[in-house]
Ligand binder design. Sequence first.
Ligand code: ATP
Length: 263
Amino acid sequence: MALLSVRDLTQRFSGLTALDDVSFDVEEGAIVGLIGPNGAGKTTMINLITGICRPTSGDILFGGKSLVGRKPHQIARDGIGRTFQQIRLFDQLSVVENVMVGMDSHLRTSYGAAVLDLPSVAREEAKMRADALTLLAEGRGGLEAFSERRAGELPYADKRRLEIVRALATRPRLLLLDEPAAGMALQEIRNLVHDLLRIRSKGTTIILIEHKMRLIEGVTDKVIVLDYGRKIAEGSFDEIRRDARVIEAYLGRGYANAGAEEN
Ligand SMILES: Nc1ncnc2c1ncn2[C@@H]1O[C@H](COP(=O)(O)OP(=O)(O)OP(=O)(O)O)[C@@H](O)[C@H]1O
């Protein structure tokens, strides 16, 4: 059984069909790319999976159970984490605190104990800090070296990487990334390829929206291509880059043989 199964999903916004009868499966342990031109419906797909919007019709099954009608916080607890196109860090908090904020839903200490400042709260916080530092240390060029710096002071690419670490703090089974390589230079994308493969090797399934084909080529097992809300292709990057409809709608002619070297 697929970990995630999107079935006949349609989303209309007053007259505009953002997604039109889209179906695909994501197998456990896969890294799946979601690509297509601006306005194709990629972010809408992530918003439906995470419960921000309710689909006009169709279904989304996660571990065999429908997500439709569930609230975003319930879906996060079900095991789906995400990052956003626009960075959403707490700039005034330290790097490690940003990751700890992401762990809140796992905090077992009660509100009452927190108000009374009981030792159990201090123990819980120390454990969260240690777990957050472990997560920060796992990426290439470990972010843990900057753990006490304010997030707002980090270079741009590290902010994006910190967002991913924070999304991992909820220990998701499925991680949804909305343009994680936006604004990154070549070496930073290489580091991100390494980070994503490592995250997958630890058991997290990933769906990523991305315009940087170098990242899509470097990490994905399968790519879904959307155009005007419709799925126009599905296959390995090698397959879809030779697909006439994908070349026409999105990639352009240079891709069929050249690959992602220039992008
Ligand atoms: N809440 C909304 N209300 C009305 N229209 C919306 C809403 N959300 C998205 N749309 C429209 O749905 C279409 C798909 O948008 P979406 O953001 O999903 O595209 P995208 O593929 O993520 O594009 P990009 O690559 O530019 O981020 C667009 O025409 C957009 O204007």
